[in-house]
Design a protein around this ligand. Structure first.
Ligand SMILES: Nc1ncnc2c1ncn2[C@@H]1O[C@H](COP(=O)(O)OP(=O)(O)O)[C@@H](O)[C@H]1O
Ligand SMILES: [Mg+2]
Length: 352
């Protein structure tokens, strides 16, 4: 059942736009004129309750609960919001802890071996919360201009082009800096300012402009090593993170590869023709390779990314040894190749 406009009798489920467009009147004024007259229909009110939509001075928001943590999220799809990946498998305990830190506005560092799922975890949480993500890969080197911005000349006019950090701060995005241990300490230094709670950014390059962080701005960084330089020799180009910098992270989450049943599930989600038994065996192989790495028998490790690629290649080619060669062995140095091949032989001798 719709409601009637007390001024002209027009029927609608909500009178807000009608009042604005036809009577050029704000809802408060209407309520003064027609005391007690409803602005929205019962049906719409029920829908809003069901959708858990709330109106506040920040506009219409939706109450979204993810792993028991409640957020007020935007209703409309936003630019830069990652796409939901239905195949993504969450480690619920970890997801919940990260969500709590995100809600509290803490600066977050995720540490873990390459390809264990650090970046995708942040993206998939953001996707479900309709939260934009400005993502930067620091491993390739990030300059101060990338980070903060620079003056550019276009059609004879000079304008300041904001870098990814002020952009994320203004927009209220999660700024995801991948592999922050690849960032030069001199560049990392300019991030110090925003590491404080509600820290502002002073852009000296732009006449000292002060960038206030939007309330939804968050800083999440990932690293392969704990910022003490690379102890494993696996990651080239890693810089030692300044201790003062590390100290500013309220939460440091140590991530590792997914527990075997979840990792097997991920492999099957990504390569659907891979059987349950095969996925389990592949995860066992990966676990053994990781163990060999820990025991210093080899230099390489075996990431979830590599497992997925192997399973996919196997699905495409239908021949395991060719898939293994292409997806795994061809990337390894000779001595590692030997050990990894033996581990495969042990678990999968019958298909090799
Ligand atoms: N929990 C997961 N569910 C589904 N796929 C995953 C999961 N974790 C990792 N992956 C896949 O593994 C690959 C590596 O993940 P990524 O987040 O890039 O790792 P990292 O950032 O730690 O290097 C990606 O292709 C990603 O899709
Ligand atoms: Mg990553």
């Amino acid at each position: 059942m719709e409601v009637y406009c007390g001024l002209c009798g027009e029927k609608s489920h909500q009178l807000f736009s009608h009042l604005r467009e036809v009577h050029e009147m704000r809802p408060e004024k209407y309520q003064e004129r027609c005391p007690g007259a409803p602005l929205i229909s019962e049906d719409l009110a029920a829908y809003i309750r069901e959708q858990r939509i709330v109106a506040s001075d920040k506009g219409l928001k939706k109450k979204t609960e993810l792993f028991g943590v409640e957020f007020l999220t935007d209703i409309l799809p936003g630019e830069l919001v990652p796409e939901v990946d239905e195949c993504y498998v969450f480690d619920e305990g970890l997801a919940r802890q990260i969500l709590i830190s995100l809600r509290e506005g803490e600066k977050i560092l995720l540490v873990g071996p390459t390809g264990c799922g650090k970046s995708t975890l942040v993206e998939q949480l953001a996707a479900r919360l309709n939260w934009p993500v400005v993502r930067v890969a620091a491993s390739g080197g990030v300059t101060e201009s990338d980070l903060l911005g620079e003056w550019t000349v276009q059609d004879g006019e000079t304008t300041y082009n904001y870098g990814f950090l002020p952009r994320a701060m203004k927009m209220g995005a999660i700024c995801l800096i991948d592999e922050i241990d690849g960032i030069e300490p001199s560049v990392a230094f300019s991030i110090h300012q925003v590491m404080e709670a509600r820290g502002k950014l002073v852009l000296l390059q732009n006449g000292g402009e002060i960038i206030e962080p939007h309330e939804n701005f968050r800083l999440v960084t990932t690293a392969n090593s704990l910022g003490h330089g690379d102890e494993t020799g696996l990651y080239a180009g890693i810089k030692v993170l300044n201790a003062a910098f590390l100290d500013r992270f309220a939460s440091v989450f140590e991530m590792s590869y997914m527990p075997p049943p979840l990792e097997a599930q991920i492999v099957r989600n990504r390569a659907p023709s891979c059987t349950k038994a095969m996925a389990r065996t592949l995860v066992k192989v990966a676990t053994d390779v990781r163990k060999a790495r820990e025991e210093d028998q080899i230099f390489c490790t075996f990431s979830t990314r590599r497992l997925i690629e192997l399973a996919r290649k196997y699905s495409q080619l239908g021949e395991f040894s060719a898939a293994l060669q292409l997806a795994v062995l061809s990337r390894l140095q000779q001595s590692d190749r030997q050990v990894v091949s033996e581990i495969f032989q042990r678990h999968l001798g019958d298909v090799l």
